[in-house]
Design a protein around this ligand. Structure first.
Ligand code: 5AD
Length: 467
């Protein structure tokens, strides 16, 4: 039985795609290898969001080819995902020993192509074509992998993004927005819950735009049709995304719902109200800010202002006090002045994010920002990165400390990776809690009292609560 090893770079969507490819291969009789060294097939699921991520995967592939050709002659190596999509044949021109380049709309063809490569009926395969309905193909799960995946699962609800932020390569790697149907998604969630999953994270590049394109298309079709009875019944203030949340919420046995990544423009009152209305929707939100300067937000084509962003945070905190709010920020976007950067610092002070992921701007091919004037020198990007990181970490640490002495509900995922005597779970606001637990705790919702904090971890004591 041939074995496969998949190494994943980048975001949770990539993790999910890798899981679906692995599940597909397992269903065809492949084994999952523990490491690349003894695998018959090694796939790198790539990320293109910054140059560094691309370089890492390319270096890894160079390395693999060096060792594979020496120690394991028949080994098949391939790129899949975002970089495979945006570079295609170019990757083979650069690294002629690569056997497979599989784009983001072709994950479901992985097993078939690998069979052909292993059998020697084809020597090299590049497939990065668009494929209708590919958004509905990320469906299979491998719940017997790690302990965590049997408690908490990711479900892909849509593919692509039409926002075209000027810095971002995603519309070119993931294509136009395409959403699965609510029925299809709910069926997958139900099946997962039937297999013991208690928490589901709905995934997409811009989940708050879920179903918008399809809704527009349906409207247009209805308007075009004569005597259409649909029109009068179609006006709804609830966005398709919130309709999906409602439908998933209704699944018996599911305890928690999360989603990522949203866009700030998607936080209408319907979504804010959903937080107050749906008890399974966890009070945590990862809302990418990118910059605190209105001038930059405009250049980035983000479609909101600083004030609008602050308004969203205020409404969410009013609906759910204690909601965990995290964000993404880019420093050194072209034209960013010291003044613009200080606007970002001041917004972070004002919002007090629970955590923020900071990215140094990285020019991406074919994106408008890469051609913009006033590219910020590397040293200034570095310096701003450090200053913002200091501020964000200081705020995050202070917020962590406020948990000491509090009782929180956690969903227990399984043993901690570092220390198997410790078990790990997450609060509803998405913080990791470690405690002395055992296998019987896995998959349980339990209350613990927070005793102390570590770096980005809370330490809890279940006994204190149970007394
Ligand atoms: N340079 C740096 N960071 C980027 N991101 C997206 N594109 C770029 C880029 N060209 C960041 C954004 C996004 C996160 C996933 O990656 O902050 O939210």
């Amino acid at each position: 039985m041939p074995s496969v090893f998949i190494k994943t770079y980048g975001c949770q969507m990539n993790e999910r795609d890798s899981e679906a490819v692995a599940a597909q291969l397992v269903a065809k009789g492949y084994a999952i290898a523990k490491s690349e060294a003894n695998a018959d097939v090694v796939l790198l699921n790539t990320c293109s969001v910054r140059d560094l991520a691309e370089q890492k995967a390319i270096n890894k592939m160079r390395n693999l080819i060096g060792t594979a050709r020496k120690d394991k002659p028949g080994q098949i190596v391939g790129f899949m995902g975002c970089m495979a999509q945006s570079r295609g044949q170019e990757l083979i021109d650069k690294l002629p020993d690569v056997d497979l380049v599989l784009g983001t709309q072709k994950f479901h063809r992985a097993a078939e192509y690998i069979d052909e490569l292993l059998a020697g009926t084809r020597k090299q395969i590049v497939d990065v074509a668009a494929e209708a309905k590919s958004e509905a193909t990320i469906r299979e799960h491998l719940l017997n992998g790690s302990a965590k995946t049997s408690v908490s699962a990711f479900v892909s609800i849509m593919q692509g993004c039409n926002q075209y932020c000027t810095f971002c390569i995603v519309p070119y790697t993931r294509g136009e927005e395409r959403s699965r149907t609510i029925e299809d998604i709910v069926a997958e969630c139900r099946e997962l819950v039937g297999r013991g999953v208690r928490e589901i994270t709905l995934l997409g590049q811009i989940v708050t735009s879920y179903g918008k394109k399809e809704k527009r298309d349906a409207w247009q079709a209805a308007l075009g049709a004569e005597n259409s009875p649909l029109i009068t019944h179609h006006s709804s203030l609830v966005s398709p995304f919130v309709q999906l949340l409602d439908a998933v919420h209704a699944i018996d046995g599911l305890e928690r719902i999360r989603f990522t990544s949203p866009h700030p423009k998607g936080y209408g009152d319907d979504l804010v109200e959903a937080y107050a209305r749906l008890p399974k929707l966890c009070e945590s939100a990862h809302i990418p800010l990118q910059s605190g300067s209105d001038r930059l937000l405009k250049l980035m084509h983000r479609g909101y202002t600083r004030e609008k962003f602050l308004g969203i945070v205020k409404k969410l905190r009013a609906a759910k006090p204690g909601i965990g709010i995290t964000t993404d920020i880019i420093v050194g976007f072209p034209g960013e002045t010291e003044e613009d950067f200080e606007q970002t610092l001041s917004l972070c002070r004002e919002v007090q994010f629970d955590n923020a992921y900071i990215f140094k701007y990285s020019p991406r091919r074919d994106t408008p920002a890469a051609e913009m004037p006033d590219q910020v020198p590397q040293e200034i990007r570095e310096e701003r990165n450090h200053r913002l990181l200091d501020l964000v970490n200081e705020i995050a640490a202070r917020k962590y400390d406020t948990f000491i002495g509090q009782q929180v509900q956690i969903l227990v995922e399984g043993p901690s990776k570092k220390n198997a005597a410790r078990y790990t779970g997450r609060t509803r606001c998405n913080r990791i809690v470690l405690f002395d637990g055992s296998a019987r705790h896995q998959g349980q919702l339990m209350d613990v009292k927070i005793e102390r904090t570590g770096s980005f971890t809370l330490y809890g004591d279940p006994a204190v609560v149970n007394l």
